[in-house]
Write a new protein. Structure first.
Ligand code: AMP
Length: 257
């Protein structure tokens, strides 16, 4: 299962369609099925955003990576208990039977309680893309910091949309791709903090966690923003290279601690 999407003007639908098919066919293994759909966004308001800034925090291994991610989440306003519970869930597989989910968990940033309506599937954010100029600029920024994997830019777009969800405190993500060990913690104030190692080589468990502030969280508004509202990223974020944890921006603690 893989997902790719974009927002394009109507005259570019056909080109985008072909690009998505080529992408699906270009994967290492031939897909059993390719499902493509086109939705009109006529009448849907489009919100424009600047991409989150990207900081890579150097860590030696999974253990130090997860400890550093926990520290970043706590700086963003997630309680120790909620951060530890979420890291534990992702490492065991967040689905009901230890499986990975198609979407993200929603977690109370204070208590660690799970709030997503469907525990099997999670919540999937959709309808976000870059305008060409911002995408090109962001690729240059990322490449200058040595980040050339297209995954990083895609995850950054998703994290940028998610960071602006009403009631969002922070996000934690590492991939379920067994060969991809990097992950990130993100928040509107801290930006996208990338860690080269959040899991071991060959580990197929991963997922995403959206930590929310219970007082500001309205489930319908949160889901509507992530699933239905369209977001175009019109400006690139700044990208700062490898840094140690001591150089992360110092933040007032916000929300639930
Ligand atoms: P990936 O980084 O694509 O390997 O995805 C890692 C995990 O993030 C997946 O296992 C899903 O749980 C979750 N995920 C993937 N895509 C989305 C999305 N569009 N919205 C929310 N969660 C997602």
């Amino acid at each position: 299962m893989s997902g790719a999407e974009g927002i394009v003007p109507s005259e570019r639908v056909e080109v985008a369609f072909h690009a998505l098919v080529s992408r699906a066919l270009g994967k290492a293994s031939m897909p059993d099925e390719i499902v493509l759909s086109v939705e009109s966004l006529e009448g849907v308001p489009i919100r424009t955003l600047r991409a989150l800034d990207v900081i890579t925090q150097g860590v030696q291994d999974t253990l130090t990576g997860r400890a550093a991610a926990k520290a970043v989440l706590m700086k963003a306003g997630v309680s120790r208990k909620a951060a530890e519970a979420a890291i534990d869930s992702l490492s065991r597989g967040p689905g009901p039977s230890g499986n990975t989910m198609r979407g993200a968990m929603i977690v109370d940033a204070l208590t660690g309680e799970r709030l997503e309506p469907d525990r099997e599937r999670g919540v999937r954010a959709s309808r976000f893309d870059w305008i060409d100029e911002a995408r090109t600029r962001m690729d240059q920024e990322l490449a200058a910091a040595g980040l050339t994997h297209p995954r990083t830019r895609e995850a950054l777009a998703l994290a940028t949309k998610a960071a602006h969800a009403p009631g969002m405190v922070a996000e934690l993500c590492w991939s379920d791709d067994p060969d991809y060990r990097a992950g990130y913690a993100a928040s509107p104030a801290l930006g996208y903090v990338r860690f080269p190692f959040l899991k071991e080589e060959g580990d197929p468990k991963g997922g995403r966690v959206y930590f929310v502030s219970r007082e500001q969280f309205d489930r319908d508004a949160f889901l509507d923003y992530l699933q239905n509202e369209a977001v175009l990223i019109v400006r690139a974020g700044k990208c700062r290279g490898e840094r140690g944890s001591e150089t992360l921006p110092g933040l007032e603690k916000r929300g639930a601690v």
